[in-house]
Design a protein around this ligand. Structure first.
Ligand SMILES: NC(=O)c1ccc[n+]([C@@H]2O[C@H](COP(=O)([O-])OP(=O)(O)OC[C@H]3O[C@@H](n4cnc5c(N)ncnc54)[C@H](O)[C@@H]3O)[C@@H](O)[C@H]2O)c1
Length: 332
């Protein structure tokens, strides 16, 4: 059992991370500006409310609670949900404040949340990667302050890793579009629609390249990552996604409609293949996601007719076909 300090523990992803790590037998210290109701806090977790950007707060809390590991999730998590300079400054300063405080306190394992948006998909100026599936070698080309702030969060842990050598272990992870347990049952996802609507209308999932991940799988990824961090190279970045795509049709069929010029690059994405590879996490950590929309959606998706919705999406000027695919406020 470890003592794990989780920032942003009251958030959409944070609540599942706190629950998953306590279930795995860890003691979790959740720190967030907002508290969750005490009755919703899992046994084995304690929470502190704090603004981690307030001078000295991150360092004070980390020193007082003496954790074995820090997982930094706190951020403005939705692109364009605040002015660009505010997102840039908040997310980069939060990452630096938490990672530097944890380093100064000698916390042996430090992990920060990044985002697949660092790759740059959805740029209004167009975007095409060199190849699919997308993986950790795909060159990042962030085009907005959120994506850039996440790339800088990765570079922040890599900077500290470069300075510390092997004394402290660091890593960053890029969770795909996070779906929390209640969202499988119909609660609105981060983008304000349900998972079922996202499946029925591929124009909703196309901006995120049809990626997604169950929040509980992310918690399990983090548990495995913390366990293995001593034995993998320092400062690594991992994609964390589901093993399939959030789509009812093969991506080989969908990509040419939503990402101009992608046809030859995506024709091998047949069956349920996703656009993002999680092979690095599989190979370095032995992690495998357990949940897919096919097992978790409640009630299950029963081959509902997507044709009418797809046609409506194509006719809608806000959707793919008339605007560059992905030029939205999509997080992952
Ligand atoms: N949700 C996704 O699909 C997704 C995808 C990729 C990456 N991410 C990343 O994962 C992390 C968590 O995302 P989320 O969806 O849970 O976001 P969220 O907005 O639900 O949670 C973020 C939490 O951070 C807290 N916070 C923000 N500023 C703070 C501060 N100054 N001090 C203390 N707490 C503060 C907020 O109160 C909130 O509870 C973020 O770093 C986000 O960029 C999320």
């Amino acid at each position: 059992m470890s003592r794990i300090f989780v920032t942003g523990g009251s958030g959409r992803l944070g609540r599942s991370v706190v629950a998953g790590l306590t279930d795995a037998g860890h003691k979790v210290i959740s720190v967030d500006r907002d508290a969750v109701p005490e009755e919703q806090l899992p046994p084995g977790a304690e929470q502190y409310t704090a603004d981690l950007l307030a001078p000295g707060e991150a360092e004070r809390l980390i020193r007082e609670t003496a954790p074995d590991a820090v997982i930094h999730l706190a951020a403005i998590a939705v692109p364009f949900s605040a002015p660009e300079d505010v997102i840039f400054s908040t997310n980069t300063r939060l990452a630096y404040a938490v990672v530097s405080a944890a380093t100064d306190a000698g916390v042996p394992k430090i992990v920060t949340a990044s985002s697949p948006t660092a790759l740059g998909y959805g740029s209004p100026a167009g975007w095409l990667p060199p190849s699919f599936p997308l993986d950790e070698r795909t060159p990042p080309k962030p085009w907005n302050a959120y994506a850039l702030s996440k790339l800088i969060a990765e570079q922040t842990v890599q900077m500290f890793a470069a300075a510390q050598g092997e004394k402290i272990r660091y890593a960053a992870f890029r969770p795909c579009y996070v779906i929390s347990p209640e969202e499988w049952e119909g609660a609105l996802t981060q983008q304000g629609h349900t998972v079922r609507e996202r499946l029925l209308d591929p124009a909703l999932s196309a901006p995120a390249q049809f990626n997604y991940v169950d929040a509980r799988d992310v918690a399990e990824f983090l548990d495995v990552l913390l366990d293995k961090m001593d034995s993998i190279p320092n400062g690594e970045v991992f994609f964390v996604g589901a093993k399939d795509a959030l789509a009812t049709a093969p991506l080989a069929e969908l990509f040419p409609r939503f990402l101009p010029g992608s046809g030859p690059l995506t024709e091998h994405l047949t069956g349920t293949s996703p656009a993002f590879s999680i092979d690095k996490a599989r190979e370095l950590l032995g992690w495998e996601p357990k949940r897919t929309w096919r097992t978790e959606l409640t009630p299950p998706f029963e081959g509902e007719d997507t044709a009418a919705t797809e046609q409506a999406a194509l006719n809608d000027e806000n959707h793919a076909g008339l605007v560059p695919a992905g030029a939205t406020k999509e997080t992952p």
